[in-house]
Design a protein around this ligand. Structure first.
Ligand code: XMP
Length: 515
């Protein structure tokens, strides 16, 4: 276990992810956690993250100086680097001169940390102070135009740090530097792999569940599918999955759950086809929030009914005692908050399951990041179509039809969306795109011409976005030939559509979805 101490910037999660990418397990803790509590977790190393740009800033979080006496290997990043320098008796000068963004770092002495690296590195900086003298016993590895000491190490005491942010993509060799610290300086073993995650979780779930029965709701998304597959691996047919098909999924998605997922896992699946019911309640409703409310409400009703049926069908002496949820680590970090880490995201997850006190919760993905969840899904043999699926909103296509939802409009949007997915997958763009909503402007018509005739059809909006976490997003710069192919195919193959437009708005000010 490596602890990443969060000093309140947005970098802690990224650092924790990079540590995991080095196959070392990591957890984020708030800087307010008392040192004894951190040490009680018996970390193999502690990483001090970035934070405010100056250690002199009023209210800047303090580093418990005892930490450097604790014998645990330490790695300071940015603010953590300066705080460490100060605590160890180095000299930090308040220059007020900011070094921000892309910076060239010159390697002075590679030592262990910068082993095998070139003489200059492009690195991402964000600091106002400067370490002017390394603490005693330290070797200075690098400098930058505004940092006399930009990296240092004391391999004897297993301490090191860098002024820049090795965790961000723009910092060259960042991952390598982190690994040099983790492996060569701190002596961590690289055993955190998806095989081990599966084994560990399977054992844990078995121990927790015993003979009881377990329910899991499937949404069609990655998280619930992987959570269910893990539990299935652990306890086999003690698990029943419930899939409420609200009729608002994209083409082929319900089948993927009902057939491919079942074939891959052998899970006992109860499908509730509630499409008619949802369409009935949505009839004539155009307001987005109203749509969300209706779908959320009906979803809970249908799910609870199915849940009761599963409970009643349970064999004598084997009551249903647990509910599986696909909660991920970022949700835990963000809602647990911890001081400093702003509570950014209010989860508007439709189908947020009813709080049922009769059930215990099983959350096998609670410690995992999204990319790890995908890896575990692959490890468990889930179909690529599910494992690689982009995030998809709970209310589904209902909030991608601007206007009232009906079966005909769903059919049109499904057809257009299927073409978009086929073409982006064929062009190999899935991994670059975060999400690609396809939107039907159902109440808008425009004039077109096809063959010899005038048409009066609906526009389809393409909304490809890139993002790290859906909090902010940029519009995806798709190659023109892919856009052209999509446009040609949609207008040729979907009769009701005679115009395809591209949304070039970032978030903010636009949201990812149109509703
Ligand atoms: P926006 O449109 O707010 O979307 O930029 C951010 C992320 O949330 C998803 N989204 C939803 N997910 N229920 C959900 O489960 C919803 O009502 C909902 N609305 C938006 C959206 O797809 C994106 O990933």
């Amino acid at each position: 276990l490596v602890l990443v101490v969060d000093f309140g910037a947005q970098y802690a999660q990224l650092i924790a992810r990079r540590v995991r990418e080095a196959n070392v397990y990591s957890e984020i803790v708030p800087h307010t956690m008392p040192l004894e509590e951190m040490l009680a977790k018996q970390p193999k190393a502690i990483i001090l993250s970035g934070g405010p740009s100056s250690v002199y800033e009023p209210g800047a979080p303090q580093l418990d100086p005892q930490i450097v006496e604790s014998d645990v290997p330490l790695f300071g990043i940015c603010y953590g680097f300066m705080a460490m320098a100060q605590a160890l008796g180095g000299q930090v000068a308040r220059t007020g001169q900011r070094e921000y963004g892309r910076t060239r770092v010159s390697v002075l002495d590679r030592g262990t940390l910068l082993q095998g690296l070139p003489e200059e590195l492009v690195s991402w900086m964000s600091h106002g102070d400067e370490v002017v003298a390394a603490p005693e016993g330290f070797r200075v590895n690098a400098k930058s135009p505004r940092a006399t000491v930009a990296a240092f190490e004391d391999t004897g005491r297993r301490l090191a740090g860098v002024q820049w942010h090795p965790e961000v993509l723009h910092s060259e060799h960042g991952q390598q530097i982190l690994e040099r610290f983790l492996v060569d300086i701190a002596g961590c073993r690289q055993t955190w792999t998806s095989v081990n995650i599966v084994d560990e979780q399977v054992e844990k779930i078995r121990a927790e569940v015993g003979d009881a029965r377990v329910i899991c709701g499937l949404s069609g998304g990655v998280d619930s599918a992987v959570a269910a597959a893990l539990v299935q691996r652990a306890i086999g047919d003690q698990l029943t999955c419930v899939f409420v098909d609200h009729g608002l999924l994209r083409e082929g998605e319900a089948e993927q759950v009902e057939q491919d997922f079942v074939a891959a896992t052998g899970v006992d699946l109860k499908v509730v086809d509630a499409a008619e019911r949802f369409l009935g309640h949505l009839a004539g409703v155009a307001d987005p929030e109203e749509k969300r409310k209706i779908i959320g409400r009906e979803f809970i009703r249908v799910f609870e009914q199915a849940e009761r049926e599963v409970v009643e069908a349970a064999p004598e002496g084997q009551p249903v005692r647990f509910l599986v949820q696909g909660t991920l680590y970022p949700d835990v970090v963000e809602s647990g908050g911890g001081e400093g880490a702003a509570n950014i995201k209010s989860h508007h997850n439709v189908g947020g399951l009813p709080e049922d006190l009769e059930f215990g919760l099983i959350e096998p993905l609670r410690t995992l990041f999204k990319d790890e969840v995908r890896e575990v899904g692959r490890q468990l043999g889930l179909p690529a179509g599910i494992v690689n699926r982009h995030p998809f909103p709970g209310p589904g296509l209902a909030i991608r039809i601007v206007g009232a939802v009906d079966a005909d409009r769903l059919r049109i949007l499904r057809a257009a969306d299927a073409i978009v997915r086929e073409e982006t997958t064929a062009a190999g763009l899935d991994a670059e795109i975060w999400q690609f909503p396809v939107v039907l402007l159902a109440d808008v018509r425009s004039v077109g011409v096809q063959g010899d005739g005038r048409t009066y059809g609906h526009p389809i909006v393409l909304r490809p976005v890139t993002s790290e976490d859906a909090m902010t997003a940029d519009w995806g710069r798709l190659p023109y030939d892919v856009l052209e192919q999509i446009s040609t195919r949609i207008t040729n193959e979907v009769d009701e559509v005679n115009r395809v437009v591209l949304d070039v708005t970032s978030k903010p000010p636009g949201t990812i979805e149109w509703e």
